[in-house]
Design a protein around this ligand. Structure first.
Ligand code: URA
Length: 239
């Protein structure tokens, strides 16, 4: 594929802008400044440098972000900054979308992609990819609350009780729970229905992809990384 087309496909602007990037000496390939925007490259495994970053060509892109508190999962946030501000412009220009949403005050693992099938597969209620959370509670956790989360709590807008796949007391005021649903404020509402209150919420895993078992590169708050085929496999997804 021509270099200008490769750059365009990766979110670096229109073809004209991408040609200008090359002509301005902004693009390096293998450490050498590229000069010909029309040069042909095999895009598979192709890497290039722009600015301080080494980019790699990918037909579809899959990203994991360590979301900090204070960011909304929306392109048009109402009262806070947007999580999309934490991603580099070319990824946003590729129109990556978050896979489901985390509340503004929730921290942890948030996935993004421009692959609609992936987004659907991971967030679809049918496929039931699990999500693992750690909640800091306002009151000491009681065994009865864990029992209620496991057997099912009734939320005011649901007919059927909803239960966690796993729930355990992980500290005096801390609960770890695994769910396979994705409704609005679900964890907070479940814990409220069980008789406690969530003061802070952190998502540490989506499916078998965890921030805490080495299955992902170590991420600091606000950091992101590419998801590789081995990560997608952990999510049960084959592009
Ligand atoms: N459940 C919640 O209550 N909030 C989140 O951000 C995610 C799940």
């Amino acid at each position: 594929m021509q270099l200008d087309r490769i750059l365009q496909s990766q979110g670096f602007g229109s073809r004209k802008e991408c040609r200008a990037l090359v002509r301005d000496g902004e693009v390096k390939i293998g450490g050498v400044v590229a000069t010909d925007p029309f040069a042909e490259y095999d895009e598979n495994g192709f890497t290039f440098e722009i600015g301080d970053w080494e980019w790699e060509y990918s037909a579809k892109v899959y990203i994991a972000l360590y979301k900090p508190a204070g960011y909304e999962c929306s392109h048009k946030p109402k009262h806070n900054d947007s999580v999309y501000m934490l991603l580099p412009d070319p990824l946003v220009a590729r129109d990556v979308q978050s896979v489901g949403r985390l509340d503004v005050d929730t921290t942890g693992l948030l996935l993004f992609s421009d692959d609609g099938q992936f987004i659907h597969a991971i967030s679809s209620a049918k496929r039931q990819v699990t999500k693992s959370y750690r909640a800091t509670t306002n009151q000491p956790v009681e065994d009865a609350q864990i029992e209620a989360l496991l057997t099912g709590v009734k939320l005011y807008d649901d007919n059927e009780p909803i239960h966690a796949l796993e729930a355990r007391k992980s500290g005096d005021k801390e609960i770890e729970l695994v769910i396979d649903h994705g409704q609005y404020h679900l964890v907070k509402r479940m814990i409220a229905a069980a008789g406690n209150h969530v003061d802070a919420l952190h998502r540490y895993a989506v499916g078998a992809l965890s921030m805490e078992d080495g299955s992902l590169p170590e991420l600091e708050l606000e950091d992101w990384c590419y998801l590789r085929p081995k990560h997608l496999e952990l999510l049960g997804y084959k592009p």
